[in-house]
Structures are given as structure tokens and as C-alpha cells.
Write a protein that binds this ligand. Structure first.
Ligand SMILES: [Zn+2]
Length: 206
């Protein structure tokens, strides 16, 4: 996961636009490999854990990963030849139970990329529930995802003063919770060989 640190006052505007996921038989450009944890679950869902082929080959040589499936594409050097991996699994399990970092990204994810006042998913920014001018702190409990219009409407007021109510109470999420939420945001482009290891709420045919 990219670690976006919380800096300064200016909050970025971010939107997630689901444009429909497509599954392709031909390899994505750059031949990325899906990286699974040692329990064969993706190391990360959102963003999906993918390595460029060069990094994957290096990990294979260092014996850090096992190749699960490969593309048809071969890579050759004078001393070796192998098919580029499309799915690899780490040999050592990386625990996912550390508390998530307090980052903009994780905060958006906790709130499912929706404004916690009106439910919109566009022009997203952040709101201090209790304004900083009133002693509100920058914590999991006091920050929510809010769209720019709601943010503007609320201004320097508390939700009660602004008569705007939150859709959910805020809390510090667990790593499992964020992983689970991340599964709801598939990338637009997936390779067929990855599908057995992903759970994008796809209905399995009986
Ligand atoms: Zn809103």
C-alpha cells in the first residue's frame, strides 16, 4: 500500500470511479504478478498487490516467493530461462494484524470513499467533526470523509450546529476491516490467472 502521510492543512480531493472491471486473457502491460501472502490471499486488495516482472524475477531468485502460475511469455538470459510469473506467493507469511496507519488513503477506505454526511462519492475531502478551531483533533475518531459541498456547508461548526448528521459513528479500523473494504474496489484490469485468488464479489457458477 502506498503510505500517504498526513501533512498540513490542504486536503486532497479524490474520487473513486468504478468503471467496471474487465478480465483479460492477455497479460497486462509490464507483465505484473499478483502477489499473494503465504496463505494465498492477496497481500493487499486495494490497491491490488502487483509487482512488475523484474521485481518478481528477483524475488524468485532470492527464494522469497513461489511461482503459482505463469504467463506464456518467456524471459531469457545466457544462464537461465523461465516463464514470467503471473501469480506468486510469499514463502513467509506477513501478518496483517498490525493497526492500520492513520493516512488519508486508509481514512477514505474506512469510509468506503463516500461522504459521511450525504453519501456522495465525488469531490471527496476530509472534515474535522469537531472543528480544529474548537479543539477538535486530527484522529480516526474526529476525521471523516466529506464531499467538498458538505465540507463547505458545515464550515467551522459542529454537526449539531450545522444540523448535519453522520451516517455512521467513527472509529479506528482494524487491518482486517480495511482489507475487507478494499475488496469492494477492484481495479479495472485483471488477468484471468488472478481470478482464483481474488474475491471481488463475483458470483461463482454452480
Ligand atoms: Zn456530502
Amino acid at each position: 500500500m502506498p503510505v500517504l502521510s498526513w501533512e498540513g492543512e490542504d486536503m486532497p480531493v479524490l474520487s473513486w470511479e468504478g468503471e467496471g472491471m474487465k478480465v483479460f486473457d492477455h497479460p497486462p502491460s509490464g507483465f505484473p504478478a499478483l502477489v499473494l501472502n503465504a496463505d494465498f490471499r492477496p497481500l493487499s486488495y486495494y490497491p491490488l498487490s502487483l509487482w512488475p516482472w523484474q521485481e518478481t524475477i528477483k524475488a524468485v531468485f532470492l527464494e522469497r516467493v513461489e511461482v503459482v502460475t505463469s504467463y506464456d511469455q518467456m524471459v531469457r538470459s545466457p544462464s537461465f530461462e523461465m516463464a514470467l510469473p503471473s501469480v506468486v506467493a510469499l514463502k513467509t507469511y506477513i501478518p496483517q494484524d498490525r493497526p492500520p496507519a492513520f493516512t488519508r488513503f486508509n481514512l477514505f477506505l474506512r469510509d468506503s470513499f463516500t461522504c459521511q454526511y450525504c453519501g456522495r462519492g465525488e469531490d471527496l475531502t476530509f472534515d474535522h467533526i469537531i472543528p480544529r478551531s474548537r479543539g477538535g483533533r486530527t484522529t480516526w475518531e474526529n476525521i471523516v470523509t466529506a464531499c467538498a459541498p458538505c465540507n463547505l456547508t458545515k464550515g467551522g461548526r459542529t454537526p449539531r450546529e450545522a444540523q448535519m448528521s453522520l451516517r455512521r459513528s467513527t472509529h479506528r479500523p482494524s487491518a482486517y476491516e480495511l482489507q475487507d473494504l478494499g475488496r469492494r474496489f477492484p481495479p479495472n484490469y485483471l488477468h484471468a490467472s488472478w481470478m482464483d485468488y481474488l474475491y471481488w464479489d463475483i458470483e461463482l457458477e454452480a
